[in-house]
Design a protein around this ligand. Structure first.
Ligand code: GUN
Length: 167
């Protein structure tokens, strides 16, 4: 995993609470006020933010949700699998990567409120992506799933929830 460590160092990435490593690369100066955001948000938000996100195959991004649509962009490394549970309780998975003939896609939008988790597909590898949100990210908009609560909400997905949560 030397390659992953070199990227983490070169791009100055830090640990993310969901798993993986990130660094914010863009935060618009402009703000949307609370009154224009509506009741889904507490306080003002920047128009948009963007991060680098790197995940290694020895870890995973645990189930979490945010209040914004999140646009994922594939950069390099292994393709990455997203596991998604929509607000309506529908499970789906999607592979973001660059082997388009195999149905991988370079960009994917995770709808706001979707519970989602991610795993690197290849062994001993990493995935490097970008994640853009609008309105801009604030940790107030981020909720890491509690395993037991998510299982009570979606008992039919107990197995994947157990695999992709830490507590
Ligand atoms: N900034 C800090 N954490 C995150 C995240 O999980 N997603 C996005 N888009 N921005 C972040």
């Amino acid at each position: 995993m030397n390659k992953a460590n070199n990227i983490i160092r070169a791009l100055n990435l830090a640990l993310h609470p969901e798993g993986g490593y990130f660094r914010e690369t863009y935060r618009s100066k402009g703000e949307i006020t609370q009154e224009n955001l509506g009741p889904n948000f507490e306080g003002n938000r920047n128009y948009s933010t963007c991060i680098y996100f790197l995940l290694t195959s020895d870890g995973f991004s645990a189930f979490h949700k945010i209040r914004q649509d999140e646009i994922w962009h594939f950069y390099n490394g292994s393709p990455i699998k997203l596991h998604l549970i929509s607000k309506d309780g529908e499970y789906s998975k999607i592979i973001i990567g660059s082997d388009f003939a195999k149905g991988q896609i370079p960009q994917y939008v995770v709808a706001y409120g979707t519970w989602f988790a991610a795993e690197v597909i290849n062994k001993n590898d990493y995935s490097l992506l970008g994640c853009t949100v609008a309105p801009g990210f604030n940790f107030l908009d981020f909720e890491l799933a509690k395993r037991n609560e998510l299982i009570v909400m979606f008992p039919q997905y107990k197995s994947i929830i157990t695999t992709l949560t830490r507590s």
